[in-house]
Write a protein that binds this ligand. Structure first.
Ligand SMILES: *Cc1c(COP(=O)(O)O)cnc(C)c1O
Length: 393
C-alpha cells in the first residue's frame, strides 16, 4: 500500500461516472479552425470571443515589447517588477471601463483571490450567488468571512437573507459573476446594486465573460446596465475576449491604492510578462477605436442560437454568445462531444463539478472570427449527431 493509492481509486471513479476530463492538445494558433491532435477542426470551445489570441496587431505589439523590455518582469511589482507597460495598461483599461483606476494581476483567478480577502475578514459576511465561479468561491474561503450562498440570481431570496444576516456582521460583501460562464445568463445587476445600497454591502462583480462582449463596444456588464459609479469592485480577465492572459481589478482610485498595499497575490507573486501586457494594450486600443468586432460576435451568436433552437436543441437560459446545449447525462454529453470531433467539430462536454450533476452539456462558444459557412457547418453536424443520439428528431 502506497500513501498515494487513493489517487487510482478516485480517477477510476471519475471515469466510471463519465466525469473524467480528457485534455486535448492544440497544435496551431487559436482561431475559427485549429489543429487538434493532427486534425483540422472547427473551434467551438475557446473564450477567444473576438479573435485577439492570434490577431496581427497583438502579435506585433508582443514582439516589439520583447525587443524593448525583454520577456520577464524579474520581480514582484512592489519591488522592481512594475514596468511602464503595466502602468500604461492600467491607465488605458481604466479609460476604457470608465473607472478611476485599475490594478493588473496575473489572472482573473488571481484577481479574485487578491481582492476578496483584502475587503472582508472573519468578522464579515459574504453573500455569494450559488453559481459563482470557482475563483470567487476560493477567494471567499480564503477571506475566512461567513459565506451565505443565495439561490442563482434570485433577488427575492437574496433580500430575505440580507434582511436576516446582514446586521450581524461588521462588513458585508455582495459578489456575483456578471455573465455566468456555463449558462451564459446575466446577473440582475441593477437589482443587486439597489440591494447593496439598501443593506450597505460592498458590491463586486466578476465581468470575465462580459468584457469585450457586453456593453458599448465590449465595455462590460456595468456599461450594459448603465450602472457606472454604482459597482464598487469589478474583476476582469485578459484571457478571454482580450485574447492574452492576465487579470485586473477596476474601481475607485482609493480601492486600487488599498489593494496595492494589501492584496497578497499582488505583493507576493510576479506580474505578467512584457509581451503579454503589450498585447493586452493593443487589444484595448482596438476596442477603444471600433465596435465592429463586438457587433460581429453578437450577429454570429444570434444566428447560431436561432439555428439551434429551430433544430429543437435546448440552449438553456443563455443571453450571451455562450451557448449551452443541454443534454443532462454526463455520458451522453461525452459521447456527443466525441462524435462532433469525428465530424471535425471541437466542442467540449462539461459535467460535474463544473456544472451541477444531471446538467451536463456541450458548451458552444461563438466567436467573431467564425464565418457564416462555419456556423452553417456546425448546425448541420449538430443536427446529424443530435439525431443519431436521439436528442432531436
Ligand atoms: C474564466 C474566469 C475566471 C478566471 O480567469 P483567468 O484569467 O483565466 O484566470 C474568473 N472568473 C470568471 C467568472 C471566469 O469565467
Amino acid at each position: 500500500m502506497g500513501v498515494l493509492d487513493f489517487i487510482d481509486t478516485e480517477l477510476q471513479e471519475l471515469q466510471a461516472q463519465g466525469l473524467y476530463i480528457y485534455i486535448r492538445t492544440v497544435e496551431s494558433p487559436q482561431g475559427a479552425w485549429i489543429t487538434v491532435e493532427g486534425r483540422r477542426v472547427l473551434n467551438l470551445c475557446s473564450n477567444n470571443y473576438l479573435g485577439f489570441a492570434n490577431h496581427p496587431a497583438l502579435r506585433r505589439a508582443a514582439q516589439e515589447a520583447i525587443e524593448r523590455f525583454g520577456v520577464g518582469p524579474a520581480a514582484v511589482r512592489t519591488i522592481a517588477g512594475t514596468m511602464s507597460l503595466h502602468r500604461e495598461l492600467e491607465r488605458k483599461l481604466a479609460e476604457f471601463k470608465h473607472v478611476e483606476a485599475t490594478l493588473s494581476l496575473q489572472s482573473g483567478f488571481m484577481a479574485n483571490l487578491a481582492t476578496v480577502p483584502a475587503l472582508v475578514g472573519p468578522e464579515d459576511v459574504i453573500f455569494s450567488d450559488e453559481l459563482n465561479h470557482a475563483s470567487i468561491i476560493d477567494g471567499c474561503r480564503l477571506s475566512r468571512a461567513q459565506i451565505v450562498r443565495y439561490p442563482h440570481c434570485d433577488v427575492q431570496a437574496l433580500e430575505d437573507l440580507l434582511r436576516r444576516e446582514a446586521p450581524k456582521y461588521r462588513r458585508r460583501l455582495l459578489v456575483t459573476d456578471g455573465v455566468f460562464s456555463m449558462d451564459g445568463d446575466i446577473a440582475p445587476l441593477p437589482e443587486l446594486a439597489r440591494l447593496a445600497r439598501q443593506y450597505e454591502c460592498i458590491l463586486m462583480v466578476d465581468d470575465a465573460h462580459g468584457e469585450g462582449v457586453l456593453g458599448h463596444g465590449g465595455r462590460g456588464i456595468v456599461d450594459h446596465f448603465g450602472l457606472h459609479g454604482q459597482v464598487d469592485v469589478e474583476i476582469g480577465t485578459l484571457s478571454k475576449a482580450f485574447g492574452v492572459v492576465g487579470g485586473y481589478v477596476a474601481g475607485s482610485a482609493r480601492l486600487v491604492e488599498y489593494l496595492r498595499q494589501k492584496a497578497r497575490p499582488f505583493l507576493f507573486s510576479s506580474a505578467v510578462t512584457p509581451p503579454d501586457v503589450a498585447a493586452c494594450i493593443a487589444a484595448v486600443d482596438i476596442l477603444t477605436e471600433s465596435t465592429e468586432l463586438v457587433e460581429r460576435l453578437w450577429a454570429n451568436a444570434r444566428y447560431f442560437q436561432e439555428g439551434m433552437r429551430q433544430l429543437g436543441f435546448d440552449t438553456g437560459r443563455s443571453q450571451t454568445p455562450i451557448t449551452p446545449v443541454m443534454l443532462g447525462d454526463a455520458r451522453l454529453a461525452t459521447e456527443f462531444s466525441k462524435r462532433l470531433l469525428e465530424h471535425n467539430i471541437f466542442a467540449q462536454a462539461i459535467g460535474y463539478p463544473t456544472v451541477p450533476r444531471g446538467q451536463a452539456r456541450i458548451r458552444v462558444m461563438i466567436s467573431a472570427v467564425h464565418a457564416k459557412e462555419d456556423l452553417d457547418f456546425a448546425l448541420e453536424v449538430f443536427r446529424r449527431v443530435g439525431r443519431e443520439l436521439g436528442v432531436v428528431r
